[in-house]
Design a protein around this ligand. Structure first.
Ligand SMILES: CC(=O)N[C@H]1[C@@H](OP(=O)(O)OP(=O)(O)OC[C@H]2O[C@@H](n3ccc(=O)[nH]c3=O)[C@H](O)[C@@H]2O)O[C@H](CO)[C@@H](O)[C@@H]1O
Length: 375
């Protein structure tokens, strides 16, 4: 095999797509490969990729909005232009040309992977969700490797034309910093004492407005429980509105930390006694890796309700409780959350059932499969 294989990775949009790609990139770098990312500077990858020490080749996409069908023509024109630009970059500079091009399911992968196919470069896909997204389905028939997080994705990919011999169950890669989260560092950041019960709330990488509202309404009740500490990431877009709803006093701020985005998710998951979250694929993988008891509220508008299917991975094992989005304003939801916060035996049972559901070796398995494509 080539001494120092070059891998191009497209990942974009939300941290749910970018973080597993970073977990793979870290593993490939550890094995001596060079990794270059392809994505949009103005989106989350524009911050997370350079922060992790990788180069980002900027792609300029304009998204197709299903609600505005006339945006299709400009989206397709942009896609063709970016595909040609990437082809030219690979032809002009041999150092730019990767040995494998890989995508994690975001639409930003389309120009990179189509350019790679044009030039005969092997293409790999990773599908995190139980129900594959559109970009991966479009490329499935031409990929040399299709790695999946969950076995349930396999049949839909085969229906989209994937060769079943290209499909591998690798799991969803989790960043090393999440796998090595430090409980005492996280609890210090949460301002928690040894006996306190820490509730971590987040709604995926972009935040969840409905979850933010529901938890803000329960603020008084939650802070009324002795020893409960809350760390709540609202998402950037909802930070101002949620802070206004919460209207925390100086005293309350000692026990209720509100932020737009948590950078040290590994430490926070390690510090948490209960997580309240959406059920995006990366959240599920990380909650599983930390084996922390959770209440999962799947995003109700996710394509074909795939977050409910994602959540079942933990719920069916007894490691998590599922609540529908339209239940979270009810008394029933409040009493389940309060019940879990007050019942350390139940939390311990859920933790024990969660052990073993994490897939700490997913990044390693995926790196093996990607490097096997290098000729
Ligand atoms: C609205 C939407 O379309 N969501 C999709 C998006 O989810 P989205 O990216 O929102 O959510 P995921 O659960 O997959 O990932 C969240 C990621 O953000 C990180 N994080 C989150 C909050 C925070 O404060 N700090 C932080 O680091 C988490 O550690 C995790 O790595 O992609 C997922 C993966 O394809 C899909 O399952 C979701 O349906």
């Amino acid at each position: 095999m080539i001494d120092r294989p070059a891998i191009a990775i497209a990942a974009g949009g939300t941290a749910g797509h970018v973080n597993p790609a970073l977990a793979l990139a870290e593993e490939l770098r550890r094995r001596g490969a060079t990794v270059r990312f392809f994505g949009e500077r103005r989106r989350l990858e524009g911050r997370l990729v350079p922060q992790a020490g990788f180069d980002l080749f900027p792609i300029h996409m304009s998204g197709f909005d299903r609600q505005r069908p006339w945006t299709l023509a400009s989206a397709l024109a942009r896609l063709r232009r970016e595909r040609r630009r990437i082809c030219k970059a690979f032809r002009d500079d041999p150092m730019m040309r990767p040995d494998v091009a890989m995508g994690f399911g975001a639409y930003v992968e389309l120009p990179l992977l189509r350019a790679a196919l044009d030039l005969g470069i092997p293409v790999a896909l990773h599908e995190q969700n139980s129900i594959p997204g559109l970009a991966n389905k479009r490329l499935a028939s031409r990929a040399g490797l299709i790695a999946v997080s969950l076995p349930s994705a396999q049949s839909a990919l085969e229906r989209a034309g994937a060769n079943s011999s290209a499909i591998r169950l690798t799991g969803n890669p989790v960043r090393a910093s999440v796998l090595s989260g430090d409980r005492s560092r996280g609890r210090a950041a949460a301002g928690a004492q040894a006996d306190d019960t820490v509730l971590l709330v987040f709604g995926g990488s972009l935040g969840a407005h409905h979850l933010n509202e529901a938890i803000a309404r329960l603020k008084g009740t939650l802070l009324g429980i002795e020893g409960v500490r809350i760390v709540h990431a609202t998402g950037a877009a909802d930070y101002e509105a949620t802070s206004a709803l919460l209207d925390l006093s100086e005293d309350e701020r000692q026990r209720y930390r509100v932020t737009s985005y948590i950078d040290d998710m590994g430490d926070m998951l390690a510090a948490a006694d209960v997580v309240l979250s959406r059920a995006g694929a990366s959240s599920i993988a990380e909650i599983a890796a930390a084996a922390v008891p959770s209440i999962l509220v799947p995003y109700p508008l996710a394509t074909r309700d795939h977050q409910t299917t994602n959540a079942r991975y933990l719920v069916d094992a007894g490691a998590a409780i599922m609540c529908a989005d339209d239940e979270i304003d009810s008394e029933g939801f409040a009493s389940r959350l309060i019940g879990l916060l007050g019942d350390s035996d139940l939390r311990r049972r859920m933790h024990l059932r969660g052990l073993g559901l994490g897939q700490a070796d997913a990044a390693g398995r995926l790196a093996d499969a990607v490097l096997a494509l290098v000729v």
